[in-house]
Ligand binder design. Structure first.
Ligand SMILES: [Fe+2]
Ligand SMILES: [Fe+2]
Length: 190
């Protein structure tokens, strides 16, 4: 698999994408035109979809590996940060973009996620590179890519942030999420 990106390249690429959406969302803070409000709503949906898919892929495929081969403590810390951000995502999902608390919840989410990305890239991923060989990182990358195509798209904070419960809840939760997305046009431009 010479062209296969390794798991860290894929996850870091996701992080850059999320940061790009955050920057655009910050520029739209307090937006007053209908067009800007609409854009803010769409972007919040897209960032939620991306974050949920990314996080569940990490929980099912990456953190168990980290727990076994790198550091139990780092895996546990990351799961706690996911659980916290997932609750913020769920509060945000229930709010109208016009709601006065929308901007505050969004700011909380950005703070939590930026901090978490810093921890992953500064510690966990750096340690993974030291311990896991390049072939294995590419194999894991392939699995993460495939997994993200079927992962859930909505926050499910009632499901524990562990691989087994995630995988068990996955098929039903993902299908339900995707049916709802199709029914409402969420995550699309129309
Ligand atoms: Fe991540
Ligand atoms: Fe993460």
């Amino acid at each position: 698999m010479p062209d296969q990106q390794d798991v860290i390249e894929i996850l870091e690429h996701d992080h850059r994408e999320v940061e790009r959406m955050f920057t655009e969302l910050e520029a739209l803070r307090g937006a007053s035109s209908n067009e800007d409000k609409e854009r803010r709503k769409d972007l919040t949906e897209q960032v939620t979809i991306e974050l949920v898919r990314h996080s569940v892929a990490e929980e099912v495929l990456v953190y168990p590996k980290v727990e076994n081969d790198v550091s139990e403590e780092e895996a546990e810390h990351a799961r706690e940060e996911h659980a916290e951000a997932e609750e913020t995502l769920q509060r945000l999902e229930k709010l109208d973009a016009d709601d006065p608390s929308f901007d505050d919840e969004l700011a909380t989410l950005m703070e939590e996620i930026r901090h978490h990305i810093g921890d992953e890239e500064g510690q966990m991923f750096a340690h993974m590179r030291q311990v896991i060989d390049a072939d294995e990182l590419r194999t894991l990358g392939k699995r993460v890519e495939a997994f993200k195509k079927v992962a859930p798209t909505r926050p499910h904070p009632n499901v524990p942030n562990e691989a087994l419960p995630r995988a068990a809840a996955g098929p039903a939760a993902s299908l339900f999420d995707r049916m709802r997305d199709l029914a409402t046009g969420r995550g699309t431009d129309d």
